[in-house]
Design a protein around this ligand. Structure first.
Ligand code: ZN
Length: 411
């Protein structure tokens, strides 16, 4: 009976068409913004961070000055040829190589480059194939009107691929104020350097307008671990969040995703690989949920610390929705623990995972890997329910899985 329940859960999870609630992928119509292929995959910042551990003698400036192909070759040689790729990103890439019939023991990237060059001759067909094989039916992008390359696409207009839905990213507009002021003004947003009523109102209108233009599902911002809400207006970003972003979220009836815990650029020489983690301030999240009961907060934490407190907070505030195992906690050892705890405390009312994919093909490897530990954790949970005398059958398990992973934030 135990074995049957686990096998049932694993099979249904395998078949489930996933809604991926957070990625850095783009609609294929946005052209080169959608990253794909072996050189992008190998120079992903997760691997780059591990390269510098394997090769402490390597000078970061010299590394980043190399052409992308040379960097990819170096990562391959150091992390996949000279050592076993035992880390989660390493095992993920091996999963991907196998999925495309490539040899993960190859001494170089020649075969992989030839294979992907062939596939990318028809990028649309490749996108269709990756989504179909990953069993992902919808992908949330991360969209920033202040990114000039991206904005050019939106201003030009393009036929939207309905599988790629938008999320309005706020970091560049609110986290480094007033650095964004000239760029916002160039978009016709009438803000000033100071936080005058005019600035706040203009920023709120900017958010509402671009949310509409993107047809966005939600707004999102990545926050440092220490939030300190309320702080009487000391931190500019928090004042902008409270006075412009949250009123816009209320007006639009759209959720706000808070991705909490990044300590930016603790080692700037490593660029994208140079961010670290801090212990998040969950009490501030509770106070925000309390102060803005009509806003739905989607929350993911970068650290293992704080995950239990977040589950408890979500039991107190139905407008708090934990989601995903993000970046440093997207490793099976920690993700299993977090997910089991969320199930124990919240039942099936949360979103267990997102991919955070930056390169198209990562949809395949990241979901393949996540499905494994999800099947273990959910299998245990349903087996325990069955042992307690609960009814566990195909229809019930499928219904729960769709609610957790197949409908995104639609709950
Ligand atoms: Zn992300």
């Amino acid at each position: 009976m135990r074995v049957d329940v686990r096998a049932l859960v694993a099979r249904l999870l395998d078949e489930l068409p996933i809604v991926d609630v957070h990625t850095h992928l783009y609609d294929p119509a946005m052209g080169e913004l959608l990253l794909a292929g072996p050189d992008e995959l190998l120079t992903y910042h997760y691997h780059v961070a591990e390269l510098f551990r394997a090769r402490p003698d390597l000078d970061p400036e010299a590394f980043f000055a190399m052409p992308r192909e040379v960097r990819a070759d170096l990562v391959w040689r150091e992390l996949f040829v000279k050592r076993s790729p035992l880390s989660e990103p390493g095992r993920g890439l091996v999963t991907l190589w196998r999925a495309f019939g490539l040899d993960p023991g190859a001494g170089d990237l020649r075969e992989a480059r030839a294979c992907f060059a062939e596939r990318l001759r028809d990028p649309r067909a490749h996108v269709d194939d990756v989504l179909a094989r990953a069993r992902v039916r919808e992908v949330c992008m991360t969209n920033d009107p202040l990114d000039p390359r991206e904005r050019a696409c939106w201003e030009r207009g393009f036929p939207r691929d309905p599988r790629f839905v938008a999320a309005l990213r706020l970091d560049s507009a609110i986290m480094d104020w007033p650095r964004a002021v000239p760029a916002l003004r160039a978009l016709g947003c009438d803000v000033e350097d100071g936080l005058s009523a005019r600035s706040i109102d203009a920023l709120r209108r900017y958010l509402v307008a671009w949310h509409g233009r993107f047809d966005a599902r939600y707004m999102a911002v990545s926050l440092p671990p220490e939030i300190g809400y309320p702080d009487g207006g000391q931190k500019t970003w928090l004042a902008l969040l409270e006075r412009a972003v949250l009123p816009a979220a209320e007006e639009l009836g759209t959720p706000l995703a808070l991705m909490i815990g990044v300590r930016r650029q603790v080692n700037p020489r490593l660029r994208l690989a140079g961010d670290s983690v801090g212990v998040p301030d969950v009490e501030s999240i509770e106070r925000l949920a309390h102060a803005f009961p009509r806003v739905r907060f989607l929350v993911t934490l970068l650290s293992r610390e704080g995950q239990h407190a977040l589950c408890v907070a979500a039991r107190k505030f139905a407008n708090l929705e934990p989601f995903g195992c993000w970046w440093f906690v997207n490793v099976p050892s920690v993700a299993r623990e977090i997910t089991a705890m969320r199930l124990d405390l919240l039942g099936p009312n949360f979103v267990p995972q997102h991919s955070d994919a930056r390169v198209l093909e990562q949809l395949l490897s990241k979901w393949e890997r996540s499905r494994r530990w999800l099947a273990e954790v959910l299998g245990d949970q349903y087996a325990d329910l069955a042992a307690a005398g609960g009814v566990v059958d195909e229809a019930r398990v499928r219904r729960d899985l769709i609610a957790m992973l197949g409908r995104g934030f639609a709950r």
